[in-house]
Design a protein around this ligand. Sequence first.
Ligand code: M6R
Length: 369
Amino acid sequence: EKGGYPSFMAKEIDEQPRAVADTLLGRSDAAGRLVLDEVRIDPAELAAVDKVVVVSCGTSAYAGQIAKYAIEHWCRIPVEVEYAHEFRYRDPVVDERTLVVSISQSGETMDTLMAVRHARELGARTVSICNTNGATIPRESDAVLYTHAGPEVAVASTKAFLAQITACYLLGLYLGALKGTAAPEVVKEVLDELHAMPEKVQTVLDGLERVREIARFMADSRSVLFLGRHVGYPVALEGALKLKELAYIHAEGFAAGELKHGPIALIEAGQPVFVVVPPPASPHGLHGKVVSNIQEIRARGARTLVIAEEGDEGVVPYAEEVIRVPACPPLLMPLLTVVPLQVFAAELAGAKGLDVDQPRNLAKSVTVE
Ligand code: M6R
C-alpha cells in the first residue's frame, strides 16, 4: 500500500500536488467563477455574514490561521481563529451573522465537533472543511467543503494540510465574491494562480535533496526554532509541530516580529533557525524586515536555514543555507514553503530510526477530549 515508499508519510508528501489539484477540481467554471455547489447555505445569508470564526486543532488550526489572512483580505470582515477546545469553554460572541468554519482532516476530532455543536446552539451558520466523506463534523454542519487529499494514513498531517489551505482560499474567494468585496477579475486571477500551484509544489518536491542532507546532519539537534511572518508565521508553527511530533525534538515557531520581544534571548552560537521569508513583492516592506531578522540572529551565531523565493538574492548574505521555492502571490506561499519543513522533519526522524507514520503517544484521530 505504500507504493514503494519507505513510509505512508513519504508517499503522502509526494501526493501533495495531486491533493491541491483534486481539491480545486470542478470548483470553477470556464469563465473563472467559483462553483461551490456543496456549500448549501442561502447565498444571501452568506453575503450577510459579518464575522468568521475558525475552529480546529493542531495542523488544521494552522490552516485556519492562514485562512485568516486570505479571508480578511478578500472579504473585509474579521476572522477569528481559535483552538476548538478553547472556543467551547469561553462565552464566545457568535450569532446568526457569524460563519463558523471548522477544519478537520478526520471530521471526528471531539474538540472540533463540540465547538461546532456549541456554535450551532448559539445560532451561527457552520461550514465544515473536511477530508473524510460522511464524517460526523460535516454531517452536523450546515454545509461542507470537502478536501480531496485522499485517505491520509500517517499520523502527522501533510497532504490534508495543503488541501485544507486550498479549500480555505476557495471559501474566502466564494464569500468575497458573494459580498462583492472580491471583484470577478480578482477571483479569476487568484483561481488561475491556484491552478498553477500543483506544478510549483512538484518543483519544490523535486529540489529537496539538500534539505534531506541537512536533516541527516542535524539528527542530534536538541532544539530547532522556526520564524515566519504574515502567512509564513503559521507555516513556522507547522514546521515546529512536525518536528516535535516526528523527531521528538524541542521546536518552537515564532512570529518574526516577536523576536526582539523575547525569543532572541534564545539565540546562541550554533542554534538552528529556519526562517520562512515573505516574497520580495510582499506589501509593507515585510521582506526587508525579515531579512533584518535573519541578519540579527546570524550575527549572534545562529545557523540560518532560509526558505526564500527563487531569485530572492537579498537573503543570501545572511543564510547558511537557502532553500528555494518558486515565485507565487504572497498569500499562496504556504502551499510551497511548508513542504521543505515537512520533509526536513520526516527525514530527521528517519535518520533517528523513528517510526514516522506512528509517532509515540499520538493517534490519527483524537476522538476524546
Ligand atoms: O483530524 P483533524 O484535522 O481534526 O486533526 C486535528 C489534529 O489532531 C491534527 O492535525 C494533529 O495535530 C496532527 N497529528 C498533525 O500532524
